[in-house]
Design a protein around this ligand. Structure first.
Ligand code: ADP
Ligand code: ADP
Length: 226
């Protein structure tokens, strides 16, 4: 049972720049997976295609067996995404942001409210539930992005550079939270350009460079080779 199957993924941006040159990637259910690579390697493009924010030029993507081409609604039900940019409505209240998001997935209001409360408590945002998002600190906004991605209880959580620009204290608490989510069964994929982050958290690491997967291995084997 694979959480994510990517086959021969290609992306050429308008203007002709070839960002992805045939990416193949399989992430098993339950894994904690890092997609590592330098800036400009194609990490965000790959994740953008998986969550259908970016159109692909060629190839296939399946989330728990659901193709994003033919079965997008079910693929999305299984997928939570934490993008790099904060893209919530700054004037909406924290609690409402989560309930609104759950509504996109057709989750009934009562269940949505329960799920919102659970993740706001777990991420230390419950006291802020009635604040508009713009009143939160940067670190709180990061955590709100994670809570929003989880409110429909996806089986696969994807985070794009989750701790870029985050102070060490928040980074540690985010790591602990993600490890606990993974222990309880959520498959996690994150992109990072910090080897230490991949090393601290992940069981499998793929390295992407110039639009190609140049290595795909268990963490243990990778560290042995360095
Ligand atoms: P990473 O996330 O690994 O830093 P990206 O996937 O963001 O890399 O970018 C891969 C390459 O594609 C980079 O060279 C980047 O400049 C280019 N790129 C990204 N978005 C666009 C776009 N909208 N139009 C043209 N080129 C883009
Ligand atoms: P779209 O308008 O592309 O259909 P949705 O209605 O699915 O997007 O989602 C609306 C909001 O949820 C947007 O803020 C978007 O960034 C975010 N979003 C889109 N897809 C996902 C996803 N798979 N998981 C989490 N959030 C998503």
């Amino acid at each position: 049972n694979d959480a994510l199957r990517i086959r021969n993924l290609n992306k050429t941006y308008e203007g002709g720049f070839q960002a992805l040159k045939g990416i193949d990637l399989t992430v098993q259910s339950g894994d904690f997976f890092a997609l590592l690579g330098p800036n400009g390697a194609g990490k965000s493009t790959t994740l953008g295609i998986v969550c259908s924010l970016v159109n692909k030029t060629g190839g296939t993507v399946e989330v728990f067996g659901h193709s994003i081409d033919t079965d997008l609604a079910r693929a999305k039900m299984n997928l939570g995404v934490v993008p790099q940019e904060m893209n919530f409505n700054q004037f909406e209240k924290v609690f409402d942001i989560l309930v609104t998001q759950a509504g996109y997935y057709g989750i009934p209001t009562k269940k949505a409210a329960e799920s919102a409360e659970r993740y706001l408590r777990q991420l230390g945002l419950w006291d802020k539930r009635n604040s508009p998002a713009r009143m939160l600190s940067g670190g709180m906004k990061r955590r709100l992005m994670i809570a929003r991605a989880l409110v429909h209880e996806p089986r696969l959580l994807i985070l794009d550079e989750p701790t870029a620009g985050v102070d060490i204290e928040l980074r540690r608490s985010m790591w602990t939270f993600l490890e606990e989510m993974n222990r309880r069964g959520t498959t996690i994929i994150l992109t990072t350009h910090y080897l230490e982050e991949a090393e601290a958290l992940c069981r499998h690491i793929a390295i992407i460079d110039e639009g190609r997967i140049v290595k795909n291995t268990s963490k243990r084997d990778l560290l042995r080779q360095l």
